[in-house]
Design a protein around this ligand. Sequence first.
Ligand SMILES: [Cu+2]
Length: 402
Amino acid sequence: MESRNVKSSRRRLVASVSAIAAAVVLAGCAKNAPQDTFQPKGANAQMIQDLQVIVFPIAGVVGVIVLALAGYIFYRFRDRGQAIPVQSHGKPVVEITLTIIPALILSVVGVFTFRTIFDLAETKDTEMIINVTGQQWWWEYDYPTQEGISQPIITSGQLVIPVGTKVLLRETSRDVIHSYWIPALNGKKDAVPGRIHLLRLEADKPGIYAGQCTEFCGLSHANMRMETVALSKADFAKWVANQQKAYVSPAEGTKAKEGEAVFLNQCSRCHQVNGIKDANGKAVISAPDENVYSGAAPNLSHLMSRNTFAGAMFDLVIDKCRDDVWNASSEEFGAKYLAGVSSDCLNQKDLRAWLRNAPGMKPMYADPAKLEKSNGLYRGMPNLGLTEDDIDKLVAYLITLK
Ligand SMILES: [Cu+2]
């Protein structure tokens, strides 16, 4: 009876170990894994890769030896009712050897690790600076004026960078601690309120690189995603020019014009659209600090130039158009991304659902029934109780924000 139990528990152990091993191996083989840390797509991620291909095998061999020895000792000296052995002290040869071997291994690993840490922290040869600010639950990017950028740009969700350029992110947060992580381009870096942390990104090829917030930051932490979009230098210049284009108010008598009026009524207290004017021709400046706990809401000036929204949680384009951009070759990617969101591609379903009830799409209040506010301010975007008619007009307006 007892031996059968032992056998079956041993079988179970073998089964679970092999299942875990198989899962790990299969996960490693997954092709469509945009957040695979073992597929670097830029210089910094490559440095980390170069380090882990040295450290992981060493650690693996050490791990196997230690576990095998421990297993052997547990088995060989297990309790069989024998007398407790006499305690003995002092085997200097063994003690010194077992101190020197790990010290040697750690020094070798240490040399490579320190070198990589210093290389990753290099900022002297920075070619572009972008400020990255985390808040519950989306990222804002602002580009200060610098070579190639004559007026500041503010955007969100998708960080757009030129390829082959050493981009320095200056990260901070407006509420809690978040962490910026695009595995294909570099490791993680926390965004901490009151501090500025530096992280360098550099992408080898045009394309979209996915990531997600990796520091637990509240209710919708899991929905705080981000993407870095790398464009060729020429395409990046086009992107900059488009971001700096002046606002064009929709033509009188159109549905979009009615949508602009709804926007001015309902949205512009939180969301900035650069250049928008009220009925009296006065420039309208948003005041998210008076309405939102984090003090910020995404700048919607060129909403349709990005193809995700709400912290990259939803696609702004339908699946077919999304695949078209994501699967484009490096040569074709830029033109496809720069085309922005056309009316045919717009993901009306999710955008409308968002306008109808944002907290229903992305949890923002622990108790949605209470629509709880923090210090009188909303956390994230509230449900504004819009009519379907207003939503129609707003969609007609938002699609004009190219
Ligand atoms: Cu976060």
